[in-house]
Design a protein around this ligand. Structure first.
Ligand SMILES: *Cc1c(COP(=O)(O)O)cnc(C)c1O
Length: 398
């Protein structure tokens, strides 16, 4: 029983504040450049907008669309999985359209995780995973990504031994995210194979958040874990139209996989939002069928901005941990005379002409001491915004 009848349920009490909301509010309050929350400041392809507008005008999707997604979008998702990754979800039974990747992720956890089960998440984590696990009444078990040796030029890497050690007879699911938010790491084949081995040996489900599937930088490459031997039947793969097409406000996402896993996800999802984003679904379907050059151009443009941020931060004296994907890059603030990223992020927006907001990675981890030196910056903004942020940072730490 809660202490007071109007009180938030106990299991969600730890999830009241969002670091992203908090830091964005601070950015607005002090007029800081917001490199905290990760959303692009320019819209996606004009032709997709035209399709959504035409749908509204033609009455396509203005009323409840089919509960699990319009056939045109389910087919496009299935074809995209086949053409890019050689995976074969059944468009009629193996795809579930959702209100963003967010809803697909929450529905997947709620569909398979019983109260008291354990769910493994990599840490630092995307905060929605831990809220979803608490919603399910389950327990999260974190497995760290290991920070590289300073100056090694290596990215964050999975602590493989910690994953093996984290398994108990209550473990039900592992939530994987690659390309990884917040660190910008792309899990390599050694790490992915290890996760697959552990999942198969212990008969676990894998929920693979691939919201940044098209935002990786060569030589890193995105490999869906569902394609590894023995993994198809135990993996739910999640994608985001918001991230892949720079329309984060449209909230079109999806889960795909074997019909046996997608069926239960559909049951939960239909009782959450029932349906959403009607006129945007045909637009995202067209997006998924864009020529490969669209996706490589997206990654190339992100890469340019990554290089701008990475070089700029390094010039200011930051130890920069290479970003292999997403639109995030991590720095170690010990290199500029701070010991705590949380303190750094609190002071930076108000600091001497600084006015830049970043996210302390410790806010996205249970082991806060381990991740306290690290700060996440988004580079998914226009070059002029990034240059302004770097100029302000020069005043703060230069
Ligand atoms: C943005 C994001 C999501 C949510 O995607 P939506 O389609 O906006 O719901 C999920 N996972 C990660 C890692 C993200 O960064």
């Amino acid at each position: 029983m809660p202490a007071h009848p109007h009180e938030l349920v106990a299991r969600m009490q730890p999830h009241q504040a969002s670091i992203f909301g908090e830091m964005s509010a601070l950015a607005t309050e002090v007029g800081a450049v917001n490199l905290g929350q990760g959303f692009p400041d320019t819209d996606g392809p004009e032709e997709l907008k035209r399709i959504a507008i035409a749908c509204i005008e033609n009455g396509e999707g203005n009323q409840y669309p089919p509960a699990h997604g319009m056939p045109v979008l389910r087919q496009a998702i299935a074809d995209h999985q086949r053409d890019w990754y050689g995976l074969h979800p059944d468009p009629d039974h193996g795809v579930c359209v959702a209100t963003g990747a967010s809803e697909a992720l929450v529905a997947s956890v709620l569909a398979f995780v019983e109260p008291g089960d354990e769910v493994i998440v990599l840490e630092p984590y995307f905060d929605l995973y831990v809220a979803a696990i608490s919603l399910a009444g389950a327990t999260r078990v974190t497995v760290p990504l290991l920070a590289p040796e300073p100056g090694s030029g290596e990215p964050f890497r999975l602590d493989r031994a910690a994953l093996t050690d984290a398994i108990t007879d209550r473990t039900r699911m592992v939530i994987v995210n690659t390309p990884h938010n917040p660190t910008g790491a792309v899990l390599d084949s050694v790490d992915l194979s290890h996760i697959a081995r552990v999942a198969i040996d212990n008969d676990l489900l894998v929920l693979s958040d691939e919201a940044y599937e098209h935002q990786f930088f060569e030589p890193a490459r995105h490999v869906p874990i569902a394609g590894l031997p023995g993994m198809w039947e135990r993996t739910i793969t999640v994608g985001s139209g918001g991230k892949s097409f720079s329309f984060t406000g449209w909230k079109v996402g999806w889960a795909s996989g074997p019909a046996e896993l997608i069926g239960p996800v559909r049951v939960i999802r239909q009782h959450l939002s029932y349906v959403s984003s009607g006129p945007f679904q045909p637009a995202i379907a067209a997006g998924l069928r864009l020529p490969r050059s669209y996706f490589t151009d997206l990654a190339a443009s992100m890469r340019e901005r990554r290089d701008l941020m990475s070089t700029g931060l390094a010039r200011l004296g930051f130890e920069v941990i290479p970003s292999q994907g997403t639109y995030f890059i991590t720095t170690d603030v010990r290199s500029v005379g701070y010991s705590s990223g949380r303190q750094f992020c609190r002071e930076l927006p108000r600091g001497a002409g600084a006015g830049v907001v970043a996210i302390p990675i410790a806010a996205l981890a249970d082991d806060r001491d381990r991740f306290d030196p690290f700060v996440r910056w988004t580079f998914g903004k226009s070059e002029s915004v990034l240059e302004e942020a770097l100029r302000r940072l020069t005043a703060a730490v230069g």
